[in-house]
Each structure stands twice: as C-alpha cells, then as structure tokens.
Design a protein around this ligand. Structure first.
Ligand code: 4AD
Ligand code: MG
Length: 481
C-alpha cells in the first residue's frame, strides 16, 4: 500500500474528486449484497463516516468476510462523487487490508443505539461510538481554548502539585497518599499512626485544589492559571460530581472581585464561542442526540436546543446579584412557599442547594447568574472579609442545567484578619507558614476562581451525566479501567 494516508475529515472537507488515497479507520457499519458492499468507515477525525464502496467480486472472499463492525481496515481507492443520499463523496476501493479483526460474535457494539449505562460498563469502547467521540473531541477543543485564552492574555500556565500536605478548601475530603503498611502501620507512643515514618515524613493527600500554591505564583508572576486533576473524597453520587475531576484555576494579582467577575464572564463566553466556531459537526450531532433523548418529555420540560442555548449564553450579560438578594428571592419563590424545595429557605445563612441555584438560573433569571457576598461561615478561610463582618467576597457562577460551574473569590490579603479566620476555622497556621508569607511580604489585592472542567463540558455538550464527559470516570465505588 503505497498511497498517502489521508484523514477522513480532510477528505470530506477538500472533496478532491479523482484523487487516489489511502484511508485507515474502524468499520462502523457494513451493508450490501454479494455484488457490492458499502462500508461506513470512521477514523476519529470527525463525527462523519466515509462511505467505502467495495466491489465484492474483485476481492478475496476471506478478506471481505473479515470486514465486520469494529474491525480496523486500510483501504486504497479513488475518491468519486457519491450517488447515494447523505454524502457527496465516497471511496471506491481498489485494495483492502484488514489490520485488526473484530469477531462479530464477541464485539459488544452493534450499529444501533446503546444506552449510556451499557457504555459506561464498556467504557473502554465508548470512544468507538458517535456520542463519546463527539464529546471527547469537544473536550479536547475546550482544553486547547483554555490555554489559548490565557496565553493571549499573558497568564502563565503553572503546575501545582498533586500530592500536598495542606487541605486547601478545609473541607477534609481528601484521599490519603501513603506507603505505610495498612495492616501494621508504625505507631507513636500515644497510639496514633506515626506519619513521621511515612514516605514524606508527614501526612500527605491528593490535592483538592491548586489555589494556595497558585496564589504564590500570582504574587510574583502577576497572573497565572493551573489546569490539572483534582481529587475529592466526598461521597456524592450525583450527575454533577466526580472523585477525580479537572479544574482550571486562574489567580490574579491586583484584581478585585469585580475584575474577577468580568474575567470569568469573558472566559466562559470565549470557551463557548470557541466550541461553536470549531466543533459545529459534533455539536449538531449532540444537539440531535439530546432532542431524541427528550422526545417523550413535555414541551416545558425539554431543554433549549443545544446550539441555541450556547448562543444564548454568548448574547446575554450574566445576572449579578448578592447572596442576600438571592435569599430574598428564594424565600418568596413559589416552590419555597408551596414547600416544593427539598431544603426550604427559612432564613439568611444557609448554604444554597443545587435546586435553589437552578431555580434562580432556570426559572427566575433564565440566564447565567453570578452570586456574590456569601455568609462567611459557609465559605473557605481564605476569602476576603467584607466590612459588614458577616459576608465574604465570594463569587459562584451558576449555569442552567448545571448549577454551580465556577467557585471563586477575592482573597483576604490582610495577614492579621487571615490568621484570625484560620484560627476560628481550625486551619493549622503552623503548616501554612509558606502560604502566609504572601501576606507578610508584599501582600496585595488578588483574586481567582476555579472552573470545573467537566461541568463546562456537560454544559457545552448537553450530556446529562458528568461520568459521560471524562474518558475514565472515578466516583464512589467506581474506578474501572
Ligand atoms: O468551589 P470549589 O470547591 O472551589 C475551589 O476549589 C477553589 N479553590 C477555586 C478557586 O477559587 N481557585 O470548586 C471549583 C469548581 C466548582 O465550581 C465545580 O465546578 C467544580 O470545581 N467541582 C467539581 N466538579 C466535579 N466534581 C466534583 N466533585 C467537584 N467539586 C467541585
Ligand atoms: Mg464551590
């Protein structure tokens, strides 16, 4: 096989009728008869398949038999105008080589719709389906757009450690990292596990956030961002939580909370626009998938069409309001008065549940919302304390269908206030000395936020379960493959 391999995306875009090319890919479907076979070939470069026409009598019968769904095949041939409906160009095969067979009795995927649950159990094969290949192409595009956005703005990509000795969010939901013998760990005299004898000579965990280290970078480099995996051992079995998820955390010196809000809105719009500009074939497919999925639903329960929804976010300013204003709205809302919320809003101070966030976004404002100035008791120690003495300069971005997609804040830059708050919240200051140095020397206003990457992908792809937008999901009792 001497001919140059060309990817299917390029073939379908350039439509070079008459060219002699080589294509390699996996068979998605095969139909036809004893005279002619039509093979739908996909190589991952696009959601679209290339139709390959095989004149059966020209080839060895044994080879034809091996062209089955799932097999990896290489075709040489000539690009011709297609007679069939649904495509404009197809390949007439002149040479065939079956690179890897897929026993039709055993190959789990058939050219039909499979349930997402079935595919989750066969996660290693999810990539071979239209839905997941579309999702993972969009995931790639968004990751690239994130780097592009920050690079254009002069932010530095900073790598923060995955193994850490501190609990950034103070929520205590961490996975321990240890090499101690789990059956007979070394003990101290007062009967506790002696972590001094552990690998790092102290207790270590997988990080829940790169923020604290990121702050050190920002207070010298100016503007940085992290983009890496984070780990949370919270026992949340929801469609919005993973135990291992990717987070993007920019941190900016000399930004206050208003600058932070402006940046997050510009950022999210940039990413959505990037997907619209670069992933339209996949988005169209995902839109249709969502519509099929919701066929049985009543009109008012259906989601907005996917591409319309993405454009809608681009075209509208995010609604900005304070937690206190939100509580007033929620307290007087219909579902609260009719006791439809699972958690009723009775007064100021309670944390918002996703049902409340979604009410604000989907029913009240019908667009993304940035909520600010939360009660300090429900937020992390590092947030900037407001002059009222009860709230902090926090900001959460809430999205339709998702709820919280971003959490962030202006940071407390005053050493004394920060240390006082750490004591109140029992954050061990002695272990955080390295962090407190940013407030001892050259402290300044600064802010940052964290975007949950998979929640963004959920929104952009219209998928319903966060486990379906990461190649190998980790969740409670789930760590397959
Ligand atoms: O609100 P969170 O906990 O904020 C932080 O970690 C801060 N250190 C961020 C910062 O200011 N630099 O998490 C940020 C975002 C959430 O808004 C959500 O989108 C996502 O991370 N997230 C999760 N995504 C998937 N699974 C989980 N278990 C998640 N927990 C948080
Ligand atoms: Mg949060």
């Amino acid at each position: 096989m001497e001919q140059k391999r060309i990817k299917i995306k390029e073939i379908l875009n350039s439509k070079e009728i008459g060219a002699e090319v080589n294509v390699k890919g996996w068979v998605r479907n095969k139909r036809g008869n004893k005279q002619v076979n039509f093979v739908a070939l996909n190589d991952g470069s696009t959601i679209n398949n290339l139709q390959v026409v095989v004149d059966v009598p020209n080839f060895d019968e044994e080879i034809i038999k091996k062209i089955t769904v799932g097999a990896a095949v290489s075709f040489n041939g000539k690009l011709v105008e297609s007679q069939g409906a649904g495509q404009t160009i197809e390949l007439t095969a002149t040479e065939v080589e079956v690179l890897g067979t897929a026993d039709p009795e055993k190959y789990p995927l058939q050219p039909k719709k499979h349930s997402l649950e079935f595919l989750r159990e066969n996660a290693h094969l999810r990539f071979r389906t239209n839905t997941f290949s579309a999702v993972f192409r969009v995931r790639h595009a968004l990751a690239f757009a994130i780097h592009e956005f920050f690079n254009k703005k002069g932010f530095y990509y900073m790598h923060t450690p995955l193994i850490t000795g501190s609990d950034a969010e103070g929520a205590g939901e961490m996975f321990r990292v240890t090499t101690l013998d789990p059956v007979n760990p070394p003990m101290t005299e007062d009967g506790k596990v002696d972590y001094k004898k552990d690998f790092f000579g102290k207790e270590t965990n997988l990080t829940v956030s790169g923020q604290l280290e990121g702050e050190l970078g920002a207070m010298a480099l100016g503007e940085i961002y992290t983009f890496g995996p984070t780990f949370r051992a919270e026992n949340s079995n929801t469609t919005r939580h993973l135990s291992e998820f990717w987070m993007i955390e920019p941190e900016m010196a000399f930004y206050d909370i208003k600058d932070n809000m402006d940046l997050v809105e510009e950022f999210l719009k940039y990413l959505i626009k990037y997907a619209l500009d670069n992933c339209m074939d996949d988005l169209k497919f995902l839109s249709k998938r969502l519509q099929d999925e919701e066929k049985g639903k009543k009109a008012d329960e259906k989601s907005m069409e996917l591409i319309e929804k993405l454009n809608f976010v681009l075209d509208n300013d995010f609604e900005r309001l304070t937690y206190t204003e939100a509580i007033d709205i929620l307290r007087n809302s219909k579902p609260n008065k009719k006791k439809k919320f699972q958690y009723l809003i009775e007064g100021w101070g309670a944390d918002l549940q996703s049902e409340h966030e979604r009410y604000l976004v989907e029913k009240k404002f019908k667009k993304p919302v940035i909520l600010t100035d939360y009660p300090m008791d429900i937020k992390a120690f590092y947030m900037k304390q407001n002059p009222d003495g009860k709230t902090v300069a926090a900001m959460d971005v809430l999205f339709p269908g998702i709820g919280e997609i971003v959490g962030g804040s202006q940071r407390e830059e005053d050493y004394d206030k920060l240390v006082r708050r750490m004591a109140e919240m029992e954050v061990p200051a002695e272990e955080m000395d390295w962090y407190l140095d940013t407030r001892r020397f050259g402290s300044a206003t600064h802010s940052g936020f964290g975007l949950g990457f998979e929640r963004l992908i959920l929104f952009v792809t219209g998928m319903g379960n966060i486990r379906d937008v990461i190649p190998f999901p980790r969740a409670p009792k789930t760590a397959e493959f």
